[in-house]
Ligand binder design. Structure first.
Ligand SMILES: CC(=O)SCCNC(=O)CCNC(=O)[C@H](O)C(C)(C)COP(=O)(O)OP(=O)(O)OC[C@H]1O[C@@H](n2cnc3c(N)ncnc32)[C@H](O)[C@@H]1OP(=O)(O)O
Ligand SMILES: CC(C)C(=O)C(=O)O
Length: 525
């Protein structure tokens, strides 16, 4: 067992990371994990360099006992810790569960706030002090490393809290963990409490102070870091901030804050940050708790940029809008999301990624259509953009005909009717047609505006992406004197997509006519 370091010792700047995903995290309603799931989380935490894994509360159930025992058998580097109340049965159960561990710890606790002592425990403060003495002394019979916590410390009276901590230290506790059980404290107060205890409790040269913060007011991480600034050298936290009610301090935020702002948070820890995304995804997948999109460090949008100005900055220098590189947390790259706020720089880069190098005119043409599409969709996917490219003649076909306006009426009580305006060689031309269905009306209207003999050989519709806002991609194949031309178009409006696909095919047919492309060669089109 390694000796805990004091803040003035050689490892003064090293903060121990105590992960309680498997204990406090599992206390989130609905987050119960199976033995195998707990083992996979524990293995990953161990590999990524967490110092202490709180594997469970062994007296809670047979399953919890088995999980803590099994984890004790597989963890190679980290200390395995089991939680216990102050009674002998709890402590002995925890001791048994962690006995196989390569490094082990018992974490015993009892509440010290007036409300918890009087209303929940229904014990006089003196009786609580006796239980602290018993619990720590008893736990020390089984393990060297005993951690003690005054539950609801931040709502405890200071004089009594000092007495309680002194009792635990005198009884042999090596780690004093100060929980903000109900997420009530604020950063300055959190720091002040650690400072007060370090000043008033005696015999703490070999004692590590620890912080355990809940997120009820969204301050868990700030409160934890404030406690560290006052001398705490262990932080209790969970992956994704999982935990009772609003959760615990998030491990990934604590670790990355120390890494990214080492200039003002000058402490180190042993976590390999490149495993963070893997851990986040594993815990989310096992618990079924989705990670909030805008969650710091591990949210889907933490390294995503949709705004044109930001994307332009990112393309020029990623440090304009990113304070950490995605690789630091195990992602391969940032994500420039194409949407209504995107600009030309990002759009050009996206086209290049998709294999299309375009000139300024072509870029402008596709970009206008992209913006119109983005106004109708939450996110524009690569497939949407490829469909736009095909439609806009970015494949080389000049745009003699273009859809200007379309209005279609149909339903159970009226015959389908299409009112269509095309731009033909720069001139607006309109037609109104009825037919067997909305698509038939539109195709008839095209034929009225641009008379031609080409036969419709094929008409197909399929969805490019998923959801009700998916783009419908339509393909139209026309045949005229052995010449074949295929047109494609995409839009969230299926009828508009079909109409544009027909017009696209007509444009390509026109190219074939003008070049007098031989029928066999034209088949490739
Ligand atoms: C702040 C925290 O996160 S603390 C950890 C919270 N986690 C959990 O409670 C999850 C696991 N818990 C359980 O499975 C159960 O509550 C058990 C097995 C621990 C206890 O179950 P039961 O014996 O049925 O008791 P129950 O849960 O109803 O009540 C808790 C009892 O523990 C007592 N208690 C609470 N904390 C402590 C403590 N630290 N030391 C001693 N007794 C305590 C309560 O006063 C209450 O005693 P009472 O029954 O004499 O009134
Ligand atoms: C057991 C203690 C540390 C706890 O989880 C809390 O007080 O929140």
């Amino acid at each position: 067992m390694t000796a805990p370091a004091s803040v003035s010792g050689p490892a003064a700047d090293r903060v121990q990371i105590f992960d309680t995903t498997l204990r406090d995290g599992e206390q989130s309603p609905g987050a119960t994990m199976t033995l195998d799931e707990k083992l996979s989380v524990a293995r990953l935490l161990d590999e990524m360099g967490v110092d202490i894994i709180e594997a469970g509360f062994p007296i809670a159930s047979e399953g919890d006992f088995e999980a803590v025992s099994a984890i004790s058998g597989v963890v190679r580097n980290a200390t395995v810790c089991g939680l216990a109340r102050t009674g002998a049965a709890d402590i002995e159960r925890a001791a048994k569960a962690v006995e196989k561990a390569h490094k082990n710890r018992i974490h015993t606790f009892i509440a010290t706030s007036p409300i918890h002592m009087a209303r929940k425990l229904q014990l006089e403060p003196e009786a609580v002090l006796e239980k602290i003495h018993f619990a720590v002394t008893h736990a020390r019979k089984f393990v060297d490393e005993v951690q003690w916590s005054p539950e609801d410390a931040t709502r405890s009276e200071h004089d009594f809290l000092v007495k309680a901590v002194q009792t635990a230290v005198d009884a042999g506790a090596r780690v004093i963990n100060i929980p903000d059980t109900v997420g009530y404290t604020a950063p300055e107060e959190s720091a002040a409490l650690i400072r007060l205890l370090r000043e008033r409790v005696t015999g703490i040269e070999d004692v590590i102070f620890s912080t355990h913060c809940h997120n009820d007011l969204g301050m868990a991480v700030a409160n934890s870091l404030a406690a560290v600034s006052a001398g705490a050298r262990q932080v209790e936290c969970t992956i994704n901030g999982l935990g009772e009610r609003a959760g615990n301090a998030a491990l990934e935020e604590i670790v990355m804050a120390m890494r990214v702002r080492h200039d003002i948070l000058p402490w180190t820890n042993g976590v390999d940050t490149t495993r963070i995304m893997q851990a986040s995804r594993l815990v989310s997948q096992i618990t079924g708790f989705p990670v909030q999109y805008n969650k710091a460090v591990v949210g889907k949008n933490a390294f995503a940029h949709e705004s044109g100005i930001h994307q332009d900055g990112m393309l020029k220098d990623t440090t304009t809008y990113e304070i950490m590189r995605p690789e630091m947390v195990g992602l391969t790259e940032s994500n420039l999301v194409m949407g209504k706020h995107s600009g030309r720089a990002a759009f050009r880069a996206k086209l290049k990624d998709l294999g299309h190098t375009v000139g300024d005119n072509q870029l402008n043409d596709v970009f206008v259509r992209f913006k119109a599409l983005a106004d109708t969709k939450k996110e524009v996917y690569d497939e949407d953009i490829l469909a736009l490219m095909a439609e806009t003649g970015a494949d080389g076909a000049p745009q003699r005909f273009e859809v200007k306006e379309l209005a279609v009426t149909c339903g159970t009580t009226r015959s389908p009717k299409a009112e269509l305006t095309l731009i033909v060689d720069g001139v607006e031309k309109s037609a109104t047609e009825t037919g067997d269905g909305p698509v038939d009306c539109c195709f008839k209207a095209i034929r009225t505006i641009v008379p031609h003999e080409a036969k419709l050989q094929l008409f197909q519709i399929h969805a490019v992406t998923e959801g009700t806002d998916a783009q419908a991609t339509c393909s139209v194949r026309l045949e005229e004197d052995g010449r074949i031309a295929t047109g494609r178009a995409s839009d969230t409006d299926t009828i508009l997509s079909a109409t544009r696909a027909y017009v696209h095919a007509l444009n390509r047919l026109q190219v074939r006519r003008e070049k007098s492309v031989a029928p066999q060669e034209a088949k490739a089109g």
